[in-house]
Design a protein around this ligand. Structure first.
Ligand code: PEP
Ligand code: MN
Length: 335
């Protein structure tokens, strides 16, 4: 349920109403827009007398939110959410470029790639330390050492780092990580999501291999319900019957999610296609569709990458993609 307050309502009046609502056992989320303030009510709102609330001096309208996701709902928070990450932010007017290797393999590798992607315009360094591999015999990541190497690259380049968590017990290792990634395979690991809800850390939540947008938003809701509103969504392709590409990039997810939620949306054209030469056109399409950023895999030696070489761009190819991305960004910029 949301209560839209009349223009000119002051902070004291908002606080009085909020504390009354809290005393009714509800969580209260306040979203201040340029004209109106919206109070979002989460919890069992069945006990709230809608007519009584509507009749209050400061209340303009009361609406029930029919979708099962509340905190993530745009009705709840009409303005785009901007998630602060170190000295940058995701969402709003900023365009985010997360780039780096699929997996952290060595100090030289991650350092060389970090410097190259920064020079080409990346705003964040990605790299897997814990890798969710289909085969238990494949490289599983450097784990804690991988996180240390990412943080070393961060201290040299200044790029905030994003890396995947697979087990909530590993959270202490992620203390200095800027954005914690929840991979596609863990999108519905609800216990992990609940733990991340208890941290204040930005979370990059990737869409599951065969999950609907509603399910993605419900997973975001798990994190937000715990008090952590710093959720960034990521479309990374979904399973279809097509086999030429690794997955099928759902570009329509961007405008659809923009309608449904205020959370920022990142596109990952690398995992979506699995083919390095398809990354550029899909990155351009993502920008044109209104995405808030991109996540792109870059490797200094794709042919010998320990993971996802075929979809990884060389630093030169990445710099070229960045040029095209900037052209599309300029073309779609609103005056
Ligand atoms: C990744 O980003 O390294 C990754 C494993 O992606 P996904 O979870 O989307 O497959
Ligand atoms: Mn990968």
């Amino acid at each position: 349920m949301i209560a839209v307050l009349k223009a000119g309502t002051n902070d004291k009046q908002i606080e009085n109403l909020s504390s009354w609502l809290r005393s009714q056992g509800l969580d209260v989320h306040i979203s201040k827009g340029s004209d109106h303030t919206i109070i979002g009510l989460v919890g069992d709102t069945s006990k709230i007398d809608e007519d009584l609330l509507c009749g209050l001096e400061i209340v303009e309208a009361v609406k029930r939110i029919s979708e099962p996701f509340k905190s993530a709902n745009r009705k709840f928070h009409p303005d785009d959410s901007v998630i602060k990450v170190g000295n940058t932010s995701v969402g709003g007017l900023d365009f985010t470029i997360m780039a780096g290797p699929c997996s952290v393999e060595s100090e030289d590798q991650v350092m060389e790639i970090a410097k190259a992607v920064k020079a080409a315009g990346a705003t964040m360094l990605r790299g897997g330390a814990f890798k969710p591999r289909t085969s238990p015999y494949d490289f599983q990541g450097l784990k804690a050492d991988g996180i240390e190497l990412l943080l070393k690259a961060k201290s040299v380049t200044g790029l905030p780092v994003v890396t995947e968590i697979m087990n909530a017990n590993h959270l202490p290792m992620f203390e200095d990580v800027d954005v914690i990634q929840v991979g596609a395979r863990n999108m519905q690991n609800f216990e992990l999501l609940k733990e991340l809800g208890r941290t204040g850390k930005p979370v990059l939540l990737k869409r599951g291999l065969a999950n609907t947008l509603k399910e993605l938003l419900m997973s975001a809701e798990y994190i937000m319900a715990g008090g952590n509103g710093n959720v960034i969504l990521c479309e990374r392709g979904i399973r279809t019957f097509e086999t030429y590409t690794r997955n099928t990039l759902d570009i329509s997810a961007v405008p659809m999610l923009k309608e449904l939620t205020h959370l920022p949306i990142i596109i990952d054209p690398s995992h979506a296609t699995g083919v390095a030469r398809l990354v550029k056109p899909m990155a351009m399409a993502a920008v044109a569709a209104g995405a808030d950023g991109l996540m792109i895999e870059v490797h200094n030696d794709p042919a010998h990458a320990l993971c996802d070489g075929p979809q990884s761009l060389t630093p030169d190819a990445f710099a070229d993609v960045m040029k095209s991305v900037r052209r599309v960004l300029d073309a779609v910029k609103e005056d």
